[in-house]
Structures are given as C-alpha cells and as structure tokens.
Design a protein around this ligand. Structure first.
Ligand code: S3P
Length: 426
C-alpha cells in the first residue's frame, strides 16, 4: 500500500490510541494460563497482539473478540494443550520471545515461527536461560526462528541479562512462574516492568529490588477484568508531529504513563516541549493520564545509556524531531536498534537520504544535525511499522507531498494510524 502524506499546516484535536502493545501481549498470555474468564478492554488492535491471541487460542484458550474488548477463557497453569500445527508469531518479537517461556514448561513439543523479518531476529538471548532451566530448544542456525521447544518440568534459576531486554526478562519470569521455587532476573538497566505488574494482577508473587526481580513459581493464577492503557509509543508519533508542525495543539487521552516508559515525556520536556499531563489514574497497577502538547521551540538532545534503552522504540521518530530541532540529536548505546523489525539505524538513514537530510551513522547510534529542511520524497517502510509511522510524521513537515511505500506495515501496532493522522491534520 502506498500512502500519500501532504504537508500539514496544523495538528489539532483529541486522539484515542490503541491499547498498549506491550501490555496487551502480557494480558493475553497471562489470561490464557489463569483460571476462569478474563475480560480485557482496549486490547491492542495491532497485528502483533492478534498473533499472541491466535497462539493462545491454538494452545487451547477460548478467545472471543467483541467491540472494544476481548474475553479469554484461561486453562490454568497446567491446562494448555499441544497445538495442532506450528504457532505463528507473525512479525512479533514479543510473542515469540515471551511465549517461549511458557512453552518451555509444557509437557509437549511446540514449533513457533513467524514472518521473514522475525525469522532474522536473534533468539539465543532466550534460548540460553530456558536451556539452563531445563528446556530443550532448537533454532535455525542455532539462533533464528522457527524454534522447536521441548517443554519439561523447569527448575528455577538466577539469571543476569547480558542485554537490556524486557522481552528476555519476561520470558524468564514467565518460565519461572511454572518452576517450583524462586526465579530471579538481574537487569543491567531497568526495562519496562509490565510483566511484573501484570503477574501480580493475575495473582503471582513478584518481588522487585532495584534491578532484580524474583517470581515465585506455581502461583494460583486467577482471571481478571482489566483495561489496557493507550499506547505511549504510538502517542510518540503524534507528540513529535505536534512539535514539528506549526500551530499544533493536541490532547491524547488515557495513555499509559508507566514510569519505565514515560522517560519519553521527560526527554521531550527537557528539549523544550510544552507538555501537560492531566487526570492521572491507576488501572491494573499501571498509571494512565491525558497528555496535551503544543508546538514548541525544540533545542537539541543526547540519548545514551539507560535512557536509550528506555526510549528504544521511540528513536525513529525522535530522529525526525532531531533534524527539525535547533541543535540536533545524538543517539548512543543503541546497537539493539540493529536487531529490531529492521536494522533501524540503516532504515532511518535510508529515508533521511531520500528526504535530503543529513545523518551520520555509527554501529550503535547516530548524529543528526538540527535545523534541516525536509524535502518531499518517496519513502519506504521497509516493512517496519515504526519506520512507516515515523516517516509519515516527517512527511508532514516536507516541502511537498510524500509517498510512504509499504504503509500497511503500520497495522502491526496501529491499524488506525493513517485514519487518525488524516483526522487531526489540516
Ligand atoms: C518490548 C520490549 C522491547 C521493545 C518491544 C516491546 C516488550 O524489546 O523494543 O517493542 O513488550 O517487552 P526488547 O526486549 O528486545 O528490548
């Protein structure tokens, strides 16, 4: 699909976002291994989270989709059944990596794979701890999907993550839920803690001490009614759009403000963004609120260390903000960007070049000078949802209409993205 985006004069109005992608995956998986029927409101409409539901259904959970909510009939910790065929995680790294933790504990063999992009993403990071816990896992070339997982009775471990990854942390904690005893994960930097919060909601015992998380296995997991907050990573596209398009003023409702995700708002505010957060509430252990933002003068910024990890999904759109800012953006410690849905350092650089924008790339980051002019161009998603959406935002500030080739990739996390964008832009 080729989407045309015209330069925008202003962005205004109220925006509702799909349910948070990370939280939806976790609720989908945990509801399936809880006892009873969970009702999950605002479950993400994105294809990735639908892949999780389809996998849980193939494992025996009863999934029903309704307008605005899904119900998931869970089978309890010991009730999943062997799927009839290979599980399909689609484009979703979260699905294959987190679900593997559950599959490793089942009394059957499962095969799980996904699309071309997923089939190039590294899996050693989950294979190593799961093997330590006793599971047998085989992968293509010992590290790529599809995976063949021989589940077994797992034993608890203490594991130090070699890379900061919430997916790997979650995989080990989910496996630990099935093991007799206490499983502990030590993180190099604190990553998103949705798994810890969701595990507690469904009844598991989780202790957090700074960067160490311990789950006690064999908890009684009970169905819950929960509401998924709006996705802050989806909000990022509209926040940046409002900052680079003149006369903008938008409000984003009921967006997730979990402190392990909201570094985005602090970073934007430090760069000079006029942001207000109103009506903060708690739901299912997660903070939510309304965020309003106005066009502001944006200085430059530096992203490194723990902050890079906290903003890893937002970096494509922040690169665009950097080019429009006064002093530019430097990103360091972001080698993980190279193993996302695409090599995002490369796909950002390719689209920058098409728009006549300067970027200096490094193995683990990049430097974007500020005050650059965005030239109209044909841009490409390269099949990556965040690249499709980030460069649609860049197109709003271009000197003529742009084309986004492969725009359908946006539906991996945000199928309503283009409708929402067209509705709020003039
Ligand atoms: C996610 C963790 C991050 C992030 C991804 C979602 C999660 O991946 O990039 O979009 O839901 O746990 P890593 O764990 O690979 O850093």
């Amino acid at each position: 699909m080729r989407e045309q985006i015209r330069p925008a004069r202003a962005l205004s109005g109220a925006i509702q976002l799909p349910g948070d992608k990370s939280i939806s995956h976790r609720y989908g998986m945990l509801a399936a291994i809880a006892e009873g029927v969970s009702k999950i409101e605002n479950y993400s409409s994105g294809a990735d989270c639908q892949s999780t539901l389809a996998c849980m259904q193939a494992l025996g959970a009863r999934v029903e989709k309704h307008d605005g909510f899904v119900t998931i009939g869970g089978r309890g910790l010991d009730g999943l059944r062997e799927p009839a065929s290979m599980l399909d995680a689609g484009n979703s790294g979260s699905t294959i990596r987190m679900l593997s933790g559950i599959l490793a504990a089942q009394p059957f063999i499962t095969r799980i794979g996904g699309d071309e992009s997923l089939s190039r993403r590294p899996m050693e990071r989950i294979m190593k701890p799961l093997a330590e816990m006793g599971a047998g896992i085989e992968a293509r070339e010992n590290r790529f999907p599809p995976l063949t997982i021989r589940g077994t009775k797992l034993h608890p471990i203490e594991y130090t993550l070699p890379v900061a990854s919430a997916q790997v942390k979650s995989c080990v904690l989910l496996a630990g839920l099935f093991a007799e005893g206490r499983t502990t994960v030590h993180e190099p930097v604190r990553t998103r803690d949705h798994t810890e919060l969701a595990l507690r909601e469904f009844g598991a015992d989780v202790e957090v001490q700074r960067k160490s998380i311990t789950v006690t296995g064999r908890a009684y997991m009970k169905a819950r009614d929960l509401r998924v907050p709006g996705d802050l990573s989806a909000a990022a596209f509209f926040l940046v759009a409002a900052l680079i398009v003149a006369e903008s003023n938008v409000t984003i409702h009921s967006v997730g403000l979990n402190p392990t995700r909201s570094a985005l708002l602090d970073f934007l505010a430090e760069m000079g963004a006029a942001i207000k957060v109103l009506d903060i509430k708690q739901t299912g252990g997660e903070l939510i609120g309304d965020v309003s933002i106005k066009k502001s003068r944006i200085r430059g910024g530096l992203l490194e260390k723990a902050r890079t990890a906290a903003l890893i999904d937002e970096i494509p759109v922040l690169a665009i903000l950097g080019a429009a800012s006064e002093d530019g953006l430097i990103v360091r410690d972001a080698a993980e960007l190279r193993v996302k849905e695409t090599d995002r350092i490369q796909t950002i650089a390719d689209n920058f070049q098409r728009m006549g924008l300067t970027i200096e790339i490094h193995p683990d980051g990049f430097l974007v000078p500020g005050r650059q002019l965005f030239h109209a161009a044909e841009l490409d998603s390269f099949g990556d949802h965040r690249i499709a959406m980030a460069f649609s935002i860049a197109a709003l500030a271009a000197d003529g209409p742009c084309i986004i080739a492969g725009a359908e990739a946006a539906s991996v996390s945000f199928p309503e993205f283009f409708d929402t964008l067209h509705r709020v832009t003039e």
